[in-house]
Each structure stands twice: as C-alpha cells, then as structure tokens.
Design a protein around this ligand. Structure first.
Ligand SMILES: Cc1cc2nc3c(=O)[nH]c(=O)nc-3n(C[C@H](O)[C@H](O)[C@H](O)COP(=O)(O)OP(=O)(O)OC[C@H]3O[C@@H](n4cnc5c(N)ncnc54)[C@H](O)[C@@H]3O)c2cc1C
Length: 393
C-alpha cells in the first residue's frame, strides 16, 4: 500500500494552492461581504483544467484521476468554500454526466466548453416539496412532437443564474413512479426557463443558489440525457461521485480553519504567554488535525475506489464478478467529513475568542460555510441510511 501522491497529483495540488493563496485569498472577505460570485476566478481555474477534471483529454477534459480531483477541491475549499461547490457541481454533476450518459452530439456540443470553464454546469433535482425524497419530484415533461415541455419549480440550484447548462430531472410518466424520472439538458435561453429568485443563505454567500421555474419550457428531444425513465438512476449515480467531492470540500474548509487557528495560537497572548502554550488550546488543535487526517484518508480512499469502479464499468465487469461500488464508501466519507468539519470550525472559533465571532476573521466565514455540508448532496441522516442498508444487506 502506497499512500504517496504521484508527481502529477502533487503538481495539481501545488498549482491550485498557489493560485488560491495568491489570487483568491486577498479578496475573499470583501467578496463574501459583497456576495460577489467568483466568475473571473473560476474562469482562471477553468484555464488550469479544473472544470473538466474527470473527463478524458480526447473529450476536452483534463483526464485526471479522482485523487487529483479531490486534491483540487480541497485546495480550493481551504480558501473559498463557495468556489469549491461551484467546481464540484460543474465537474461531478454536470460535465461528468454528459461524458458518461450523453450522446456523441451532446458531448460535442457541451463538453469542451464546460471543461474549459467557458460555461458552468448546474444540477436541478431538488424541489420545494422534494429534497431527500428525490422520487417525489413533481416537475413534469410532456412529449409534444419532437419537443418536451417542462413544467415545475427547482430549488436550491447551485450555479443557478450563472450556469450555461442545467441538468434537469422531470417526470415523463403520468403515474408518479421513480422510474418515470428523466434527465434533460436545458440551456437558459430555452423559452420558458426563468430564474425566479436567489436564496438568502447563512453561508456560501458568494455561491448562487437559485429557484428556477419551467413554464412550458421547450426542450428538444435531442436534449434528453439518457433514456426516458433512467433519470433517477443517473441522478443517484452522479451523487455517489458528487459526495466524494463534497467530502473533499469539508476537508479543505477544516484544513483552512486549522491553519488559521494554529497561526493565531502562536501569536495571541494571554496571561503572559501565547495561547498555544495552554494545554486546552493544544488539545483542540491536536484533535482538529487528527480528525482532518482521518477524513482525508476516507476521502482519498473513496476517490481511489471511484476510479477502480469506473474501470470495472468500462470492462463491463458485473457485481457478481466483483465490480466495486463507490456508493456506501462515498457516503461514509461524506458523513464523517461533513460532521468532522463542523466540529473543527467550532473549535477554530473557540481558539479565536471574540475574533472568531467577527467578520474580520476567516474562521467566522468558515463556520457559516461548513454548516451546509451535513445537508446538501444528501443529509447525514440519508448517508447513514445508505451505509446501514449496505452493512445489513
Ligand atoms: C446551499 C445549498 C445548495 C444546494 N445545491 C443543490 C443543487 O445544486 N441541486 C439540487 O438539486 N439540490 C441542491 N440542494 C438541495 C439539497 O440537496 C437538499 O436540501 C437536501 O437533499 C435535503 O433536502 P431537504 O432540504 O428537502 O430536506 P428534507 O428532505 O425535507 O429533510 C428534512 C430532515 O428530515 C430528514 N430525513 C428526510 N428523509 C429521511 C429518511 N429517510 N431517514 C431519516 N431522516 C430523513 C433529513 O435528514 C433532514 O434532517 C442544495 C441545498 C443547499 C442548502
């Protein structure tokens, strides 16, 4: 067993770290306050290959492995969690979706633009009345000559209003069955597409979370992703991969909070010493670092397994032949990392004293940003359901 990174993986990690420290860190507090979406910064990361990491070079992507991908997301989240969720959605839930399930013409039309970061992708599954219970979505898609008409409302769409392509899940059968869910590639210029409003969130203030309505939105038949009725399977498979990215985001935020806390502990003085001389502070830092390393190991293990399961899939290896499944391990990584980062940012705030409660500190923003990780791309409770179901089967 070799835990060391390859030269390529190290290069990707160091390049992204350098970019984030030099070009994003100096403005992050101001951008958070002004809620400015990081369009220019994301374009630059697109130029570095960070928007299409999981797709082959032959399709315009970086052709990187999933370990490189999670290293990239961790480095981005270490400085700016909102940028990391934009990248996670565009890579795992949009670009990869087209590479995996798209037709030749859909790949040709969208992949290289997505991979270069010219357009961002978005994933529209959640609705006001259906989050964890994805099969309960009500958005409908009715066939009409060579066009579908979509009607319904999608909520909490990350990159909503900024993206150039939306993967939209809608019911194509009249009976409300899970099998009736179908995926579509929708462009914001399609008639009937409308960004209705943006959520006013606790954290990730520079990320966009939009409510989008579809009113007789016309989608050509050629923009259906996969077959009719395949949508829920596509969504759940994409979320398995997506969760590894969100777990990496958690590790990145936690690492940023640890670094800020260790630096502050060496500088802040109380009772004639630096606070880092107090055992209470040392123990918090030691626990933070240990938990981060545990989560990172789970994330990188899940990333490695994702590549193995993709190889099994490309060899058409079946479950009976030992094909590996990423789902439960992705859930364990996301569950642990999501809960870990909330413990870490709590301690980071404690170490910073009142400064940790001030918008003058980075750890205050990290505290708000981390909260969502136990909620999106499947709550902690849903991850436990997936893990326990696998354990007891
Ligand atoms: C910032 C942000 C960005 C998001 N981005 C996107 C996006 O890009 N695309 C998208 O489609 N969605 C997105 N979401 C939506 C997100 O994925 C859902 O909010 C999430 O899946 C939870 O759904 P819900 O909010 O409806 O909660 P509910 O499903 O209503 O859950 C409420 C509570 O009940 C619990 N619960 C529900 N079912 C079970 C069960 N079976 N067993 C045990 N407990 C259960 C939950 O764990 C939770 O504690 C985003 C959300 C946020 C906050």
């Amino acid at each position: 067993m070799d835990f060391s990174l390859t030269d390529d993986q190290r290069l990707i990690r160091d390049t992204v770290r350098q970019f984030m420290d030099a070009e994003v860190r100096p403005n992050i507090r101001a951008r958070d306050r002004e809620e400015t979406f990081a369009s220019a910064e994301l374009r630059k990361l697109g130029d570095l290959g960070c928007c299409g990491m999981l797709i082959p070079e032959s399709q315009g992507g970086a052709g990187a492995d999933t370990i490189s991908y999670v290293l990239m997301l961790e480095e981005v989240a270490r400085v700016d969690a909102a940028m990391s969720v934009a990248l996670s959605v565009t890579n795992s839930l949009a670009t990869f979706a087209i590479a995996q399930y798209g037709t030749e013409s859909q790949r040709h039309k969208y992949l290289s633009r997505l991979a270069r970061g010219e357009i961002l992708g978005a994933f529209c599954l959640t609705e006001p009345q259906a989050g964890s219970d994805a099969a309960a979505i009500a958005t409908s898609a009715t066939g009409h000559r060579n066009t579908y008409r979509l009607n319904g409302t999608k909520s909490w769409v990350t990159n909503g209003g900024e993206a150039g392509l939306y993967i939209v899940f809608a019911k194509t059968e009249t009976p409300a069955s899970a099998r009736g869910v179908t995926a579509f590639l929708v462009e914001p210029s399609f008639p009937g597409f409308r960004v209705a409003r943006y959520e006013d969130k606790m954290g990730l203030r520079t990320s966009r979370s939009a409510e989008i309505t579809f009113s007789d939105c016309e989608v050509p038949e050629g923009s259906r992703l996969g077959e009719e009725g395949q949508g829920l399977k596509i969504a759940l498979e994409l979320l398995d991969g997506g969760r590894v990215g969100i777990a990496a985001q958690a590790v990145g935020i936690a690492q940023g909070a640890l670094e800020a806390s260790a630096a502050y502990a060496k500088q802040r003085r109380a009772f004639g010493k630096t606070i880092g001389d107090f055992q209470s502070i040392q123990w918090m830092l030691a626990d933070m670092q240990t938990e981060i390393e545990g989560a990172r190991a789970l994330v990188q293990n899940a990333a490695w397994l994702r590549d193995e399961s993709m190889r099994d899939k490309s060899r058409n290896k079946s479950r009976d032949q030992g094909a590996r499944r990423i789902g439960p391990l992705a859930s364990r990584a996301k569950l642990y990392a999501g809960e870990m980062v909330n413990r870490v940012v709590y301690k980071a705030g404690q170490i910073h004293g009142s400064l940790g409660y001030s918008r003058e500190s980075d750890v205050e923003r990290m505290y708000r940003d981390a909260r969502v990780i136990t909620i999106y791309e499947g709550t902690s409770e849903v991850q436990r359901v997936i893990i326990a179901r696998d354990l007891l089967k």
